[in-house]
Design a protein around this ligand. Structure first.
Ligand code: GAL
Length: 642
């Protein structure tokens, strides 16, 4: 408690992996130790984010009820061990986890310092056991009603897969439809399994959610998400969390844009409301191949980066290094030395003091963007499962390319899903929008008709929600709004490239090259090599009052930056502020109040012109428009307007 106070830490996440301690046998619960900790926290004025501990089941439970153990992709039923190890469809797991959540809520409901419930921990993974198989059939019955409809949606006439009885349906894994974890011969089945698995785990969350709400209806409930975590459809999950919290564990090699995109994605999952940085390491991880230290200043910089993108809290894993098991060398606020005289502690304490000084100032303000990028989990699964045209085609990479282009120009971006309201954006980019779900094309058409700018790429508009090809030519239902027809798609191996010129500058065409015909669109660039030299590669179509761009190949960062810069200029989409290379700028807004965050990710000092009069909140200095601000390497400035 002394050290926590020294570090200006005011909120504790407690009880994350305590199930075995809280329930030593089926009929015994022991809350004594937690009672003491809760009392201690309260006495010291600490707020508590109370976890339900259901992220790892006790050994006795696994022994007595082996059905709670997961069966992996290879069909191996696991023994007791590790964590995040419970079958999401095990009725026994569901019963005991809900019971524990309920008991915790009942017991601690009177603690007014509980600021949030933290259900389980980093939900994830998958299970292929018999319970899941049964549950999958039930899930399919709900989704499709009749077996004929399943056969149609899955195109089971291919390779003689027609099902005549629900019981014939098995889970798609290494023993059935899969070549390996990433490659399947039955995309539609594997896609539905992904949906089902995400829904099954979500159901576990929801059951515990209801259990704690029964006693503590006023306490917000979350679970810690993991950024662009592929197995769970967070866009769907986001609707069931009271607020989003997530764990940010980049490696030192990740680009600034990559980290920023994760924050924006997490904000997007929660409907662009403020979120919480639930975990980050103060120094290093233990699970990367090379666990480099965060260099001096980087923990502070990355903490402010989270805030700059919409976080209302900065939290850490972990407070104190443990003495045993795999996380004993994971970074912690308190090292094995056990005292405060360490670089890491000093940095945490300095940040804590600074955040305390900021107080509630920034809380509740939001990021407001004029540009949005579509990020869709079902599309992610479907595009990456596709057998052909290229093994190197990865949905997330393509989204990141467009995100990076905007982010590096300090253009605020929202990550949105198909159901979000597009009308508030000037620009909507949907790289590799492979899947067009029902109604999506109409919403895009309406967006463009009313003056929006839409950008999409190769491998878009191909299939419906069941991975069934939309017939009549690519890009399917997006063909009219884009004004192009893609006849063929060439996949280039990594060492091959084509070229094109755009606005007098030469750029690379890689990965995939669409061979397309213009159907009303205007060519902005054409290929320069191969048998399709001269045919268009980038096009723009005027549709209603708006524009729809089609980029028929993967190019380099230089091209994406140029294209996005041109579009933003034309649509008058402004950067948060102008800043030199390496300085990230974001803006949070609350009513008339605006906060500009300047984050110098570079290795040297950066100088830039202050864009308006204001108050720099971290130093308390008044700033005048036009003056030059010098920000040291890894430095942060937060400028409030006045
Ligand atoms: C998170 C997890 C923590 C801890 C941390 C280590 O994934 O929630 O419990 O394991 O990673 O980086």
């Amino acid at each position: 408690m002394r050290l926590l106070k020294l570090a200006h830490i005011d909120t504790l996440t407690l009880n994350v992996f305590s199930w075995a301690a809280l329930q030593p046998s089926e009929d015994t619960y022991c809350f004594g130790k937690l009672d003491k900790i809760m009392e201690l926290a309260k006495r010291h004025g600490m707020k508590v984010c109370l976890a339900t501990s259901t992220g790892a089941h006790p050994a006795w439970m696994a022994r007595k009820y082996p059905e709670i153990l997961r069966t992996d992709f290879y069909g191996r039923r696991h023994k007791f061990g590790a964590r995040h190890n419970s079958c999401p469809n095990s009725p026994v797991y569901r019963k005991f986890s809900v019971q524990l959540a309920s008991k915790l809520a009942e017991r601690y409901q009177a603690y007014d310092n509980i600021v949030a419930w933290h259900i389980s921990n980093e939900y994830g993974g998958e299970c292929y056991c018999e319970n899941c198989e049964k549950a999958f059939r039930e899930w399919l019955k709900k989704r499709y009603g009749a077996l004929e409809e399943v056969n149609r949606a899955w195109n089971t006439s291919f390779w003689g897969h027609t099902f005549y009885d629900w019981e014939e349906i098995v889970l798609p894994d290494q023993r059935s439809e899969h070549i390996d974890e990433e490659h399947t011969v039955a995309q539609a089945i594997s896609l539905d399994y992904r949906r089902f698995n995400s829904d099954s785990i979500l159901e576990c969350f929801r059951l515990e959610y209801d259990a704690v709400k029964e006693y503590t209806p006023g306490i917000p409930v979350t679970t810690n998400l993991m950024g662009a975590y592929k197995p769970l459809d967070y866009m769907k999950w986001g609707k069931y969390l009271d607020f989003i919290s997530w764990d940010n564990y980049p490696s030192n090699e990740d680009s600034v844009s990559q980290i920023a995109m994760n924050h924006d994605l997490m904000r997007g999952v929660g409907g662009n409301k403020p979120f919480v940085l639930m975990e980050q390491t103060p120094s290093q991880q233990n699970w990367q191949p090379f666990n480099a230290l965060k260099r001096p200043g980087v923990m502070r910089l990355w903490s402010y980066q989270a805030v700059a993108h919409g976080s209302d809290a900065v939290m850490f894993f972990q407070m104190k290094r443990s003495i045993g098991s795999c996380e004993k060398y994971h970074g912690a606020v308190i090292s094995h030395a056990g005292h405060e005289h360490t670089r890491v502690f000093r940095e945490c304490a300095a940040l804590g003091a600074e955040l305390e000084k900021l107080g509630g100032e920034i809380l509740g303000s939001t990021v407001q963007a004029e540009a949005a990028i579509l990020f869709d989990w079902e599309n992610w699964w479907a595009a990456d499962y596709s057998a052909g045209p290229s093994v190197d085609l990865k949905y997330h990479d393509e989204v990141l390319n467009y995100y990076t282009a905007l982010h590096r120009q300090n253009i605020p971006v929202d990550l949105v899903c198909e159901e979000d309201d597009f009308s508030k954006y000037k620009l909507l980019a949907a790289p590799v929008m492979y899947m067009t779900k029902p109604g999506a094309d109409e919403r895009i058409r309406e967006f463009v008709e009313k003056g929006g700018t839409f950008v999409t790429t190769f491998f878009s508009g191909y299939v419906d929600e069941n991975d069934l090809v939309i017939l009549g030519g690519y890009p399917g239902r997006l063909r009219d709004v884009l004004g192009v027809w893609v006849e063929e798609i060439d996949a280039l191996p990594p060492h091959k490239k084509n070229r094109f010129s755009y606005q007098g500058q030469a750029y690379e065409a890689k990965l995939l090259c669409d061979i397309m015909h213009l159907e009303g669109a205007q060519a902005l660039a054409g290929y320069e090599e191969d048998f399709y030299a001269g045919s268009p590669v980038v096009s723009r179509n005027s549709y209603g009052q708006g524009q729809a761009y089609y980029v028929g190949t993967r190019s380099g960062e230089d091209f994406y930056q140029k294209l996005m810069a041109d579009i933003c200029k034309e649509q008058q989409i402004q950067p948060a502020a102008k800043a030199p290379e390496g300085v990230e700028v974001t803006r949070r807004v609350r009513g008339q109040e605006e906060y500009l965050f300047f984050l110098n990710h570079g290795e040297g000092n950066a100088c830039f012109e202050i864009p308006r009069d204001g108050l720099e909140l971290l130093t308390g200095k008044a700033c005048r428009k036009g003056e030059v601000m010098e920000l040291e390497a890894k430095g942060v400035a937060v400028l409030k307007n006045c």
